[in-house]
Design a binder for this molecule. Structure first.
Ligand code: MTE
Ligand code: MO
Length: 431
């Protein structure tokens, strides 16, 4: 089939994935108007043809492989290019890896591809040796083992998580090449855990308690202040992700999860919650995670992530192999509830069409959008623009910069532009 060159796939899984979609469409529509089949490029094209219908392929003539040992499943070896992106330069200390958004489907990020952001590396924590302490302005301080925590009533909810530093390099120039480079610090999962309100009620927050301090058990001792309202409303103490216990890199054995808030506040490896009267002004909310404005003032406690979207197919680094039908598809999200609409432009924002949203559209979760498109082979600029249930619409780059200036790093949510060249190559541009 089209997937005939695994080396090429490893180097640029996005291009190859686009080839695969072409192949699937050809299969579905047989020899209809979609376009002529591309022959495999492998040297052994004759062998490949011998495995195509109506012939019986080699792999039907012998017993298949046995079970894996260790018996934890892995993707097909032909998908080996679909991986988290490590930092470009080997760093003394690990910082972040990015999700290959252009290779994913639907809205759930597989656990092995969920982005990572660590300020002090990943601690190795034996859950039996871990405790969550709840203290400060409470009637009954708690010291909870994982067994204690997991006895409380639990919920499962689908939510995205985005680092507020996502897309930060785009403040200045078109820096990233792929959706993974530019938007890969967002992922989405089904989280399971105990509502924080249950644990706070158990401890009994005193009337003067208004803010929490949440602290992680990593070398960074990542520490943030959380308003009590948020803690009582929808915050979770999460121990499972997409049906299995958290991965070490996502905060095993327990993390705080604050839906719709900047990722930094969802403290991993959570060891301590202290109730106080006011914010604690920790390092991570004074020197970092504040936004320097054009007038020299700094915005602090910018918790809610504004609406954002990106077209993942086609996207930077991919190549349209032929003219004619292509499905434009991408993801949209907002920290203010549900996505209400996504508009798509193929002419750099002059005209817009409303995309179809894949339901159910869940609150503070990635939402998949799709729009059919016929590419006439001429250069095009593809954009998506998300509007959320509050009526807020994702800004253009110039609208965003007009308000925020270019002194800050966090909370870049401008409309992304992908240029499709006449040859089909897709690149990141600032339109
Ligand atoms: N204890 C601890 N919690 C942390 C961090 C950290 O370095 N240490 N990084 C934060 C940041 S900046 C982000 S964006 C998210 C990333 O979560 P993930 O690695 O599960 O994607 O975790 C947050 N929680
Ligand atoms: Mo982050």
């Amino acid at each position: 089939m089209a997937r005939s060159d695994p080396q090429n796939h490893a180097a640029g899984g996005d291009v190859e994935a686009s080839g695969r979609r072409q192949f699937l469409k050809r299969s579905a529509f047989a020899s209809a108007a979609i376009g002529a089949a591309t022959l495999p490029t492998a040297a052994n094209a004759a062998d490949a043809a011998a495995n195509l219908p109506p012939n019986v392929p080699e792999w039907m003539k012998a017993q298949g492989a046995g079970f894996l040992n260790p018996p934890y499943g892995q993707p097909s070896p032909f998908e080996k290019g679909v991986v988290r992106k490590l930092p470009d330069a080997p760093a003394a200390f690990p910082s972040a890896t990015r999700t290959p958004l252009q290779n994913l489907f639907g809205t759930i990020t597989p656990n092995g591809l969920f982005f990572e952001r660590h300020h002090g590396g990943v601690p190795a924590i034996n859950p039996d040796a871990h405790r969550l302490m709840v203290h400060g302005l409470v009637d009954r301080p708690l010291l909870l083992s994982m067994n204690d925590l997991m006895r409380y009533p639990s919920v499962s909810r689908v939510h995205y998580l985005e680092c507020s530093g996502n897309s930060a390099a785009e403040w200045f120039r078109p820096a990233g090449k792929t959706a993974q480079d530019i938007h890969g610090l967002v992922s989405c999962a089904e989280w399971t855990g105990v509502p924080l309100s249950i644990i706070l009620d158990e401890a009994g927050v005193k009337p003067e308690g208004k803010w929490l301090l949440a602290e992680g058990a990593d070398a960074a001792a990542m520490t943030r202040s959380v308003p009590l309202d948020k803690a009582m409303n929808d915050a979770l103490l999460v121990y499972a992700q997409n049906g299995e216990m958290l991965r070490p890199e996502q905060g095993y054995p327990v993390r705080l999860f604050l839906p719709g808030f900047e990722g930094n506040m969802s403290i991993k490896w959570l060891r301590r919650i202290k109730v106080g009267t006011a914010p604690f002004h920790t390092r991570e909310e004074t020197s970092k995670y504040s936004d320097l404005m054009p007038d020299g003032s700094a915005r602090q406690f910018t918790f809610v992530m504004d609406a954002k979207s990106v077209i993942t197919t086609p996207s930077g680094g991919q190549k349209l192999l032929q003219q004619g039908f292509h499905e434009i598809s991408g993801i949209a999200w907002t920290g203010s509830g549900r996505i209400r609409a996504v508009d798509v432009s193929v002419d750099g924002g002059r005209t817009w069409r409303e995309a179809t949203l894949q339901g159910p559209v869940q609150s503070m979760a990635l939402t998949r959008f799709r729009l059919p498109w016929r590419w006439n082979g001429e250069p095009a600029i593809l954009q998506s623009r998300a509007t959320d249930e509050t009526g807020y619409t994702q800004p253009t780059r110039s609208q965003l910069i007009a308000v925020r200036g270019q002194n800050s790093l966090y909370h870049y949510n401008a409309i992304q532009s992908w240029r499709v060249a006449a040859g089909g190559e897709v690149t990141n541009v600032h339109a």
